[in-house]
Design a protein around this ligand. Structure first.
Ligand code: NAP
Length: 277
């Protein structure tokens, strides 16, 4: 499953929507990025997201805060961005530091601007099937499944991983599409036998090549959301691709979709704020 190609197509249509909104309202969509400290990986991620914004006709406003920033100051900064009508989407780069109450900081994001889908409001809206912004990686996974016309109704979907930003929302979105969902995690017993039942398998573990060909039901759809050092996924691609019907590579699968969904949701948020239907 070619996530890079789908991400390019999604980004092209996002750029067209951004240009159209700019033309109609005289305002370009704007994403605010907030980074606490200078962790090299986070600096790279934020720079990548801002570069992609520029190329897509989305303005970006970067707020760089010192590593010593406390919860109160971070919450105040995000609350200001939430109240600023010139900002349409807000992204707080995770992690914000061990001394910061990250949940409190995320909750300061106005749900209307929560284009990264990190607030409890967005999570609850997803759970209830109400409008709101999904967490970007699970949102990207669903778009990939739709692109490849994977019929989810009644299918056994197994999600390995239950993090709040990835595994848990991915399972909820699959459930919302009538899959029968099983979550696996570090306490799951006899993981291999659960994996072998999966018609759709989502790997979100953070362990390189943890899932291998012998775990895959023949013909299954395998989504590898893992991204580990050395550009390695959570699935051993060579052995898994011999049994899978469809599989995402790493890199070039889920990864590019995450940023593409972030950009799409930023333009959608700006459209709702600037030119509500
Ligand atoms: P995380 O918060 O560390 O969660 C990992 C999950 O895997 C946890 O739920 C954990 O279970 C489970 N797990 C750990 N060891 C296991 C085992 N032996 N058997 C079964 N389950 C096990 O990680 P995350 O943030 O969700 O990220 C997961 C992966 O996705 C990482 O490689 C990350 O880099 C990648 N990722 C990619 C993107 C993208 O844009 N492509 C975005 C986000 C994350 P417990 O809950 O029991 O601890």
């Amino acid at each position: 499953m070619d996530g890079a190609a789908l991400a390019r197509r999604l980004t092209d249509s996002t750029a067209a929507a951004a240009a159209d909104l700019h033309r109609r309202t005289g305002t370009a969509p704007c994403l605010a990025t907030v980074l606490v400290g200078e962790d090299p990986a986070s600096v790279t991620y934020v720079r990548m997201k801002r570069d992609r914004c520029e190329k897509t006709g989305i303005r970006s406003r970067h707020v760089q805060l010192p590593a010593t920033t406390g919860t109160g100051q971070l919450v105040d900064t995000i609350a200001e961005l939430s109240a600023d009508p010139a900002v349409h989407g807000i992204l707080l780069q995770h992690p914000a530091g061990p001394h910061v109450d990250e949940r409190a900081a995320f909750e300061a994001i106005d749900p209307a601007k929560d284009v990264d889908g990190v607030t409890t409001h967005s999570f609850a809206a997803m759970g209830f099937g109400l409008p709101g912004f999904a967490s970007c990686t699970p949102g990207g996974i669903m778009r990939l499944l739709d692109e490849y016309r994977v019929d989810l109704r009644g299918k056994r979907a197994v999600v390995v991983g239950r993090s709040a930003i990835l595994g848990k929302p991915a399972g909820l979105l699959l459930l919302g599409r009538d899959a029968t969902v099983t979550y696996c995690h570090s306490r799951t017993t006899d993981l291999p036998s659960v994996l072998r039942e999966a018609d759709v398998l989502v790997a979100a573990v953070g362990k390189p090549e943890f899932i291998r060909g012998e775990h895959i039901k023949p013909g299954a759809v395998v989504i590898d959301a893992g991204y580990n050092p050395g550009n390695t996924g959570d699935v051993h691609f060579e052995s898994a691709s011999e049994r899978a019907g469809l599989i995402t590579p790493v890199p070039g699968g889920v990864g590019p979709m995450t940023i593409a969904v972030l950009l799409a949701q930023t333009v959608e948020a700006a459209t709702r704020q600037l030119a509500p239907a």
